[in-house]
Design a protein around this ligand. Sequence first.
Ligand code: 13P
Ligand code: SF4
Length: 311
Amino acid sequence: VEKMLPLINEINELKKQQDTVILAHSYCAPEILLGVADFTGDSFKLSKDATTVQQKTILFSAVRFMGETAKILNPQKDVIIPGPLTGCSLADSITGKDVEELRKQNPDYTFVCYINTTADVKAACDVCVTSGNVMHIVETIPSDKIFFVPDALMGQNIIDEMKRRGVKKDIKLYNGCCYVHENYDPDLIQFFRSQNPNLKVISHPECNPSVAMLSDYVGSTGQMVSYINQQPKDSCILLLTECGLNARMHYEHPDMNFIGSCCMCKYMKSNSLENILEALRHPEKAEHISLDEGVRVKAKKCIDAMFKYAE
Ligand code: 13P
Ligand code: SF4
């Protein structure tokens, strides 16, 4: 804390001086979320927040696809990503060209992409979704043939959920997956449940369907936070998502007992107070998001379709 406080103070001073707003995803380190971020949350909330900010620069403590989403929606803003590892195993698993190829082979399918994709992929798809609205959107869109890219595990969770809801749609999948969430396995849940039958298991839809099936609640990072906020104070919780959210929940609910292992996303965790400060001190050396205007306009249509169906 002693070393962090001067960094937090300098960042907060510089961001005011430089007309910069800081957005940070829930998986970032607590010192970023609690110390310097103006907006925090899941991908959907942050993409909405990005459309409301007044400042001329958005410093996005997250990964590249989130910065691209902010730029797609606000082309006039300067969007900066501070971390050195800006990838995401899902966003890196498919290109716009791959989607165009799949479209040729599946001309009568509606292409639905997860928000964890590049601007090129969004530009080649029809509707974007986030972990929080994917089930609602897939159920609602007026199409019986859906090609979902790129997360195969989330895709299988969609197929299972549509079956439960009695929705008959032909859903094809790609083969991407998140290297963090694929690690969780159902044996871990069975083991902790055998020790504590009152355990509440909460997981992200990027987890394997065998994990989602055994969970009491499955949702986006924002939805998981809301669900935890409604639990009794003395709850015992197994939270199966990136460890940044576990850290934040420990802090916000000191009486709850959070158990389980921590799977870390090296991309999200490559953001730090040090590189946020560096990006503010030397913006000319930082990574600024720049997009081809034709790609941006098409990608915006795909995101706007999400806003329309998410309502
Ligand atoms: P959320 O939209 O739930 O925050 O998920 C983003 C993400 O990258 C999960 O791994
Ligand atoms: Fe991508 Fe997985 Fe990291 Fe989320 S946790 S940013 S899906 S690699």
